[in-house]
Design a protein around this ligand. Sequence first.
Ligand code: PMP
Length: 406
Amino acid sequence: MNFDITNIRKDFPVLSQQVYGKPLVYMDNGATTQKPQIVIDTINKLHSKQNSSIHRGVHYLSEQITEQYENARKIVQEFINAEFSQEIIFTSGTTGSINAVAFSFGEAYIKPNDEVIISEMEHHSNIVPWQMMCDRKHAKLRVIPISDDGELILDEYRKLLNSKTKLVAINQVSNSLGTVNPIKEIIDLAHNAGAKVLIDGAQGIQHGKVDVQALDCDFYAFSGHKLYGPTGIGILYGKEKLLFDMPPYQGGGDMVECVSFEKTTYNSLPFKFEAGTSNYIGAIGLASAIDYVKAIGLENIAAYEHKLLTYATQKLMQIDGLRIYGNARNKISIISFLVGNIHPYDMGMILDKMGIAVRTGTHCTMPLMDRYEIEGTVRASMVFYNTFEEIDKLYDGVVIAKSMLE
Ligand code: PMP
């Protein structure tokens, strides 16, 4: 497919607006991505013409929407190449997915003195649920350190693995540094030590093809809203055998087979993990976002975003006193930076007045900020609808902000 940026931008109505009288330059895609018209239309149509609760109805609307919901599951299955559709659990997002595993896997498999390995560059969503689980189960949390460039130190990881390691939970891509982690190697090493692996794919799924069978990961989590889909919907992939043996983590409607006051039996997979009225509008909206991304082509997306990263890095590095945090050899188009002693909030606020949306602060990675002994960074996260001209505007904006703040 011909990668036509002008047409692509037209698909995203949010992008064509002005803020403070300036064209919006949206570079906060690490936090959430904008939605193409097809996703907006899908959700609108569902609400205006097709809405009905799934699974429990015998009437037309309910049957139709149930079919769309289960079809959405198949679209996700195919997208990440899961073996079975019941390995795809709809959750509220990456956070929901990780908490589900931390509770359910934790209940089933974690015993006192067992160990869980995470890394220094994890998002709070991939730290706190494990801390809570370790507290509950009297297990220990171990942390893989990173190098100054923002790469995992694999030799240290190898040293941490031992017979007590039950789970390794690692992000595929760091939201603060842009580092792409060698997850295949991480998974293989964990498996050799007898541990299971959860991949936090919140920042990975939208930047390249994910194949859970080739990776051989045990769990993979991601959010719809970072993949051009709606908020409040996410995916937990888990290997069938594991999910089958894990207990449900929430009780309620739809996750049961038979309920009496004496005893309740649970529904089969995947419903065992989808208690209550699920976010079927979100799930179907996510499927339409996946269709959209597939039509553009993940290879085209990755190639274009790599050009954006190279251009932006070279351009920003021309600014005297600018330091980039995260210089891994394998990176996605996220640039975290500081300029001299300028506070990231001050920089972010001045850029905002120029219409440039970046994120400032710790990016939900406080331990990582501690590692670099900084309070936070300015983060420009770019995706396939960003342009080289927008990078020029970011550069100009940083230069102006620097002259005002220094
Ligand atoms: N992990 C990573 C690496 C993230 O970037 C994020 C979102 N910033 C999350 C987890 C949590 O995602 P959500 O808030 O959509 O659950």
